[in-house]
Design a protein around this ligand. Structure first.
Ligand code: DWN
Ligand code: ZN
Length: 421
């Protein structure tokens, strides 16, 4: 482990408390998107502590180790999925944001972590002016080539001031699955204040900690995801920094997410009833107490053991198993469940940036779907968040007797004939 690129968390990034509950430790795990070129030896591959703690004051779930964002994001292999599910979701986000922020023609929409620009292209179709901000130079270049102006920087208060000076104030600042990746959230919120119009909205989509806990989506824990938020935690954060939580929508993407909007505290906004309802649900449902997190850790261990056993038994019985979707969460799942090349022949993935490489830590070859000569007997669905779409697309595989192993919340095998637990 190279320690010069990690920082260990002491004070909570939301409330400053140092009263932590230890939740779970997965040991040292490589970076979720650290796909490697094929080599004779991977001895130089780095792995970093992957350990979750919960703040006893504000119930932020946080990793203990923060990996330097330059290591994580300057070249990035995750490209926003071009799946039907995601295309539909992006249209939903446009609709919700337009309704909530009351966007008018020509209003400025700035997206943090804009990736290859798909979400902003969907906004532009509705007449908005758009600007992306993304530190990944390889992806910002693709976005620019597609006509989406993109500043290839981290979004912080300095970048925000520069953007405001050049483009004016934004009516909507959007960050889909990026806020949970940020360590210095205080500086980002200072940037929001510098860039947001007086009556604008700051809208983030983050994995919802309630879904993580309820659905046991523990494989979404990896070094990119520094924070796992409850609405009450976000509300605390926003209130401390002059923002008011206005709307919240629960969404099914990425295993359960929330789209949360905040406006300036002194602005025209009032808090929607659903925000209060969810905060109350979190309080009454035990999400603010130690027991919830102790129980989570025990359930994770049980699912991991069950999955390892299931896959190993299938292989021992002579079945061929491969991974479907070399997702970031697949890296966590395979590494912590101890599933590698002895169990999985290959992983198939549609992302050109991952194909021809091997998976982090487990070194399983990643193949383009078209390069799979002989489908396995079972696919371990590492992109389980697209289960419905993938099983529909792969109906020929199912018709031929193939099966999908869905790993969470507990391992299940789906075949044409039966679904078994
Ligand atoms: O926050 C993050 C989330 C939003 O996205 C990131 N830090 C990284 C990334 O996580 P992920 O890699 O787990 O996301 P996905 O979108 O669940 O990844 C799915 C993977 O599966 C992609 O590599 C594409 C691939 N895929 C495929 O091969 N065939 C996906 C579909 C739908 C398919 O049909
Ligand atoms: Zn806290």
């Amino acid at each position: 482990m190279s320690t010069d690129v990690i920082r260990f968390v002491t004070a909570c990034r939301v409330c400053g408390s140092e009263r932590w509950q230890k939740v779970i430790s997965f040991g040292n795990v490589p970076l979720a998107n650290g796909f490697l070129e094929v080599a004779d030896s991977y001895a130089h591959e780095q792995a970093y502590p992957l350990e979750v703690i919960s703040c006893r004051e504000c119930r932020l779930l946080s990793l203990t180790a923060v990996v330097d964002p330059h290591v994580l994001y300057r070249t990035y292999s995750y490209v926003t999925s071009d799946s039907e599910t995601m295309a539909r979701h992006m249209r939903t986000v446009v609709r919700l944001c337009r309704e909530q922020a009351g966007l008018a023609e020509d209003d400025l929409v700035v997206e943090l972590g804009s990736n290859t620009g798909d979400q902003l292209l969907a906004f532009r179709e509705t007449g908005a002016r758009v600007l992306g901000v993304d530190p990944a130079r390889n992806l910002a270049k693709i976005a620019e080539d597609r006509g989406v102006p993109t500043v290839s920087e981290y979004f912080d208060s300095t970048t925000a001031r520069a953007v405001a000076a050049e483009h004016g104030r934004a009516s909507l600042i959007l960050g889909r699955h990026v806020f949970a990746h940020i360590d210095d959230v205080v500086d980002v919120l200072a940037g929001v204040h510098a860039l947001l119009a007086e009556d604008g909205l700051f809208t983030i989509e983050v994995p919802y900690a309630v879904d993580l806990l309820d659905r046991l989506a523990f494989d979404t824990i990896y070094h990119e995801h520094l924070s796992y938020f409850l609405i009450s935690t976000l509300d605390t954060l926003f209130a401390r920094h002059g923002l008011r939580t206005v709307h919240v929508e629960r969404l099914t993407v990425h295993g359960g997410s929330v789209l949360v909007s905040a406006g300036r505290a002194e602005g025209p906004w009032r808090t929607h009833e659903r925000v209060r309802e969810l905060i109350e649900h979190e309080r009454c449902g035990g999400y603010l107490s130690d027991g919830m997190y102790e129980d989570f850790a025990a359930r994770v261990r049980k699912t991991c053991d069950g999955l390892s056993r299931l896959v190993r038994d299938l292989v021992a019985d002579g079945h061929r198993v491969a991974g479907y979707g070399a997702s970031a969460k697949g890296t966590t799942l395979l590494n912590i469940c101890g599933l590698g090349r002895d169990e999985l022949e290959f992983c198939t993935d549609t992302t050109p940036q991952k194909q021809g490489r091997v998976t982090p830590g487990t070194h399983i070859p990643v193949l383009a779907p078209g390069d799979v000569r002989q489908p396995p007997d079972y696919y371990l669905l590492l992109a389980w968040n697209y289960a419905e779409e993938i099983m529909r697309k792969e109906s020929a595989f199912l018709d031929a007797g193939g099966g999908f192993i869905v790993p969470v919340p507990e391992p299940t095998v789906h075949t044409r004939a039966v679904t078994t637990l």
